[in-house]
Design a protein around this ligand. Structure first.
Ligand code: NI
Length: 251
């Protein structure tokens, strides 16, 4: 069975048919999803979703929201990440593509959350968009005994290798199925299979087959198929490999 290691089904785009979406991933052979709650206003929705047996959660403040983060938010985060079905702090990091929060505030909020994850002994889910250098500089200041993932990775093989050498695994999203997937296919082909997680990051970025549609957890099957193609292994092997990697890091 597959795991979608990065979903946002608490997004309002799922408000009309969330139960159907959950049914569809189950029938597609996805046994578990990791729901990422990275806007403070969505945290409560995360507790509701966590009541569903096959949904685990991660909580954080996204770099887009960094400018809105308050001390009360950090205090609340410290408490909620210790809850039973919370597997990680995430996603947190730096986004210099959109720069929706000033970069110095993004960095500060990222560091605070790294420290929260280390204190709570939970892995971290890192968002790094067009901010490789600064992300690396911050991560190098800490040691991550519980590990973490660089999610929706979009960098080069050398960047992936640097993160892996620091103890992180690499989250591969639907972009791997695109005709224009940049360096991603090379990254998947060259890194060790034990360092790969499969994710949709739904509702964002649908796989090639469903381009233009809202993405959903069932589509993680397309990501795993492409990983299998590139690694020249069967679907079942790729599914087992990515599921085991996810269990090892988070469960
Ligand atoms: Ni995400």
């Amino acid at each position: 069975m597959a795991i979608d290691t990065h979903t946002h089904i608490s997004d309002e785009r799922f408000d009309g048919d969330r139960d159907e979406v959950i049914k569809r991933y189950r029938s597609a052979g996805v046994e578990t999803i990791f729901e990422i709650l990275c806007e403070q206003k969505l945290w409560d929705k995360g507790f509701e979703l966590a009541k569903t047996k096959d949904i685990w959660t991660a909580f954080a403040i996204h770099p887009h929201e960094a400018k809105t983060a308050t001390n009360a938010d950090f205090e609340k985060l410290k408490k909620i990440i210790c809850s039973d079905k919370c597997i990680a702090v995430g996603e947190t990091g730096l986004d210099y593509h959109y720069n929706l929060s000033p970069q110095n505030e993004q960095k500060d909020v990222f560091r605070k959350q790294i420290e929260i994850s280390i204190d709570a002994k939970k892995p971290i889910i890192v968002h790094c968009r067009e901010a490789y250098k600064d992300t690396l500089e911050i991560l190098r200041d800490y040691s991550f005994e519980c590990g973490g993932v660089i999610h929706s990775f979009e960098g080069s093989f050398m960047e992936a290798k640097t993160f892996i050498d620091m103890g992180f695994v690499i989250g591969i999203c639907s972009a791997i199925t695109f005709k224009k997937s940049g360096d991603l296919k090379e990254v998947v082909s060259r890194i060790d299979g034990s360092k790969i997680l499969a994710e949709t990051d739904c509702p964002y970025r649908s796989p090639q087959k469903f381009r233009g549609q809202r993405s959903e957890p069932a589509f993680v099957v397309e990501v795993i198929k492409e990983i299998a193609n590139i690694k020249n292994i069967s679907y079942l092997e790729a599914e087992t490999m990515t599921t085991q990697n996810a269990i090892k890091l988070f469960l």
